[in-house]
Design a protein around this ligand. Sequence first.
Ligand SMILES: Nc1ncnc2c1ncn2[C@@H]1O[C@H](COP(=O)(O)OP(=O)(O)OP(=O)(O)O)[C@@H](O)[C@H]1O
Ligand SMILES: [Mg+2]
Length: 341
Amino acid sequence: MAGNVYGLDLGTHEIRIFDKKKNGFRREKDAIAMKDKKDIFAVGDGAYAIYEKSPADIQVVFPMKEGVIARFDDMQYLLGALLKADGRPARSAQYVIAVPTDVTEVEKKAFYDLFFHYGAKAKSVRIVERGLADAIGCGVDVSSEKGIFVANFGAGTTELSVLSQGGMVMNRLLKTGGGNLDSAIVSLVRRSRDFLIGMTTAEKLRMEFGVFDQSTDSALTVSGRDLVSGVPSQAEISISLVRAAMKEPLEECVRAMRSMFERTPPDVRRAIEQKGICLTGGLARMKGLSTYLEESTGLTVLTADEPEMCAVRGLKEIILDRGLYRQLTYSMLDEDYRWLR
Ligand SMILES: Nc1ncnc2c1ncn2[C@@H]1O[C@H](COP(=O)(O)OP(=O)(O)OP(=O)(O)O)[C@@H](O)[C@H]1O
Ligand SMILES: [Mg+2]
């Protein structure tokens, strides 16, 4: 029996898998809970559910950091657990992985090695530039379109891609995502209020307040720890404090978008001016982000449906379309990569 084909988008926050045989998607948090730093306690959504809630001997770790694999063995274990959900590891399966472009060859090779040295030997492992998969998942015809600007705002990264006629013209991976906004909120609340909140509380504040418009006097009461008395308590955090914390990281993204657009070749730029920017990634759901980006870049911004699913939706199309598969996927065993073996 022929092996299955899987498409994978490995995010800092979430793993998304397209399963060809089932013709469906699976998503799971990219997290592992360990007991005493060695025994696996829970994986995926189960591990994330106890993040910041677990006792001290259980740590929740995230195998991906800033868009690349930071804990190789943990990542391999997690994927093994997710892909053999039916009881056994998938035999002689083919894997198509969406990988960020602006990373080193060694970091790219690690994505490949995850599957190539995987317990149940992979039949083939192919790579797709994630920006291309993202654009396809947005509903863009990447082969014919003369200019596409995709901005993927994720949890650990913001990936900016300029594409034209099936190729990547420019790409930049910024190490700023939703998680960085959350840690900026945590540290500003600590510095200005002597109050310690968790990352999940910061995320809640960020989701509630968004980045644009909304009355400036709103506030939200959250739980945390008073650093002066040392006891758990509650504090009212204002929208202006949350917005102030997010200002610098968001401005960095806007500066990078502007500078990439300025360096774009004129023909491609004209096409982008007509079509606008495709906004993808989970953070695209944040209230007011598209308006904020429109105001600060001067370009139209179109938010994709289910923006965090764009890359894996694109992978599905690539896997199901022979032409796209041949045109857009490559193996790291191909000629160009020989020296890496
Ligand atoms: N409704 C929402 N409002 C604000 N933020 C949101 C919302 N929904 C999701 N997010 C944020 O989106 C981020 C997750 O996005 P996504 O799933 O695209 O990341 P990822 O692909 O795992 O990470 P990366 O691509 O950076 O490696 C999280 O930071 C989350 O807080
Ligand atoms: Mg992502």
